[in-house]
Design a protein around this ligand. Structure first.
Ligand SMILES: [Zn+2]
Length: 145
């Protein structure tokens, strides 16, 4: 199985710019777009993000209920995009999902969701996808030309 996230340059830049506002603190936001099953995997087209000015600590960011509710609402207003998952920054740590990250993805957002992590310090982005088997799968991130 092959899992892909496809970004436009513009949306990818907006996400990185958000994490760079204060690169010493973690922050997070939400991803929207379309997702579909291909012959041998899943493709996620990200075409919008939503975030509020909320900061975590140097090594932690939590999506609270109010933030999540606002994000779902933002998604309802989008015509062609639906809620696909979340992103958060790892500030000064490498871009690598922790077990806490994976547990919270499954617990709060369920299956068929993406979790993306960006590290401002290492300028690196990684993502995983929770499939219907409830397992997380590594995702290849590509940019739309
Ligand atoms: Zn994390």
């Amino acid at each position: 199985m092959y899992y892909y996230i496809r970004f436009s340059e513009q949306v990818k830049k907006a996400l990185i710019d958000h994490t760079m506002k204060d690169p010493t603190k973690e922050c997070g936001g939400f991803l929207y777009g379309k997702t579909w099953r291909t012959e041998n995997g899943v493709m996620c087209d990200i075409d919008a993000i939503y975030y509020e000015d909320r900061k975590g600590t140097h090594n932690r960011f939590c999506f609270d209920q109010i933030y999540m509710r606002n994000a779902y609402k933002a998604g309802w207003k989008m015509e062609d995009s639906s809620f696909l998952g979340t992103y958060h920054s790892h500030a000064q740590l490498p871009a690598k999902l922790s077990d806490i990250d994976r547990d919270s993805l499954i617990k709060y957002f369920g299956m068929g969701r993406i979790m993306l992590v960006y590290s401002p310090k290492y300028n690196r982005m990684v993502a995983e996808y929770v499939d219907v088997d409830k397992k997380t799968h590594k995702v290849k991130i590509i940019t739309k030309k």
